[in-house]
Design a protein around this ligand. Sequence first.
Ligand code: NAD
Length: 500
Amino acid sequence: MSTDLLAHPEQQSRGAAATKVPVTVAYGDGIGPEIMEATLAILDAAGAQIAVEPIEIGERVYLAGNSAGIEPSAWDSLRRTKVFLKAPITTPSGSGYKSLNVTVRKTLGLYANVRPCVSYAPYVSTLHPKMDMVIVRENEEDLYAGIEHRQTDEVFQCLKLITRPGCEKIVRYAFEYARSHGRKKVTCMVKDNIMKMTDGLFYQVFEDIGAEYPEIQKERYIIDIGAARIATKPERFDVIVTPNLYGDIISDIAAEMTGSVGLAGSANIGEHVAMFEAIHGSAPDIAGRGVANPSGLLLAAVMMLVHVRQADVAAKIHNAWLRTIEDGIQTADLQGERTTKTVGTASFAQAVIDRLGSKPNVFAAVSYVNPAVVTKREKPLYVRAAPAKKHIVGVDVFLHNTGSTPDELGNALKALGTHALSLQMITNRGVKVFPGGFPETFCTDHWRCRFVSASDKDFISHRDIISILSNVTEAGFDVIKTENLCTFDGERGFALGQGQ
Ligand code: NAD
């Protein structure tokens, strides 16, 4: 049975000092209000010392014209309480609405998404009875930066941004989590065989920081085979750390494998604020019927109670919940051979309340420890290195061009070189097509034309780039964008073209 998350220092000292910890609560949309009421009733009956500050977010706020789905006053509450218990919300369909979850995570710097995925066999049917893994997903970066552009008739682009501080924060969080929760192994899942620079950085940081945790076993999986192994042998994983997109996908797969999306809670941890929520959405198909499973939100609230140093109440609730599941009292989504009574949301909450103070008979009872009160981290979450010596050695000029063959384009651009920069190659979708391209290579209308200095020792100025750009545009080419080619302390800071 997994225990819960590492509370950060600010929350630790705040929680200890206050009698009732203020918590910002959003009741959300769809099944949100039903499962939030059930959850708060259980917390109240268990003696949780929290003072609820309700805020409104979600569908009604969106439809009232706020494209972010959250009012300014809600931010005030979140920044004051620093603890957020959130029910799922509905994002209206249509392109004008920004994802509230992404906005909250990024605005408040909630860099770590922590998702325990645990099987409750034989009481909840699952093909994988021995699953007990925690997925630690990077929450702010990667393709989720939302920087997307249409560049040509045929080509759309989404920028994948991975930063060193971002990798350091999430990787250190994963190792600290493993250490403080008695976990034995951290697995890094990346695609660094293809994305050698971005995912390569993530893995490099995993190796560097992992060396500081000798007692924890480390392993690396390429995400595709890693995801396949999660699906077939989940019992071999303990803590998994991974960039945003892969984490988004594998954490849904893993949660579904435990038996129901209604079961899993998650924490979104930042340096200042933490948010706790179920992983599922607002389930409009069953909203208002009083049949939703409140367990995901309840287990998220259990994580929250540990975070605000009410570990004894957290354990009391978690054990009563396990006992309820063992007794076969289950909501419709969990219905199976072991169900003795199918109940609705409120009756399920009452069943948990009736068992407060009981321990499970078959599952191991859970115990939590309040995180230690520390005001300063032993190790900083990230270290900003001294700036490297950066030199420009070339420039990639991206063109929107139709109608020319690679050789025609290459020969025209060659003639536009300057004393400082000359055309080295052209790629199309990353594959070299000039000089010496293959006629079989499919070309679209998006060309990356690499101009480099005559020698690696000759550095290029911004003015040299402007000169090449004026030559190219004056010749009638449609320049979409440029990317400088730089070295950092002499190390190449750009990928070679395929076939280069
Ligand atoms: P969903 O998770 O709401 O529902 C998927 C399926 O699981 C449905 O059949 C639903 O009935 C069932 N289900 C979900 N939670 C359940 C529970 N607690 N008990 C019993 N059954 C449950 O996913 P969706 O239908 O794709 O999305 C619905 C809405 O939720 C969308 O507007 C989406 O944007 C939003 N959403 C919000 C969040 C969030 O706020 N964190 C997360 C995911 C989706």
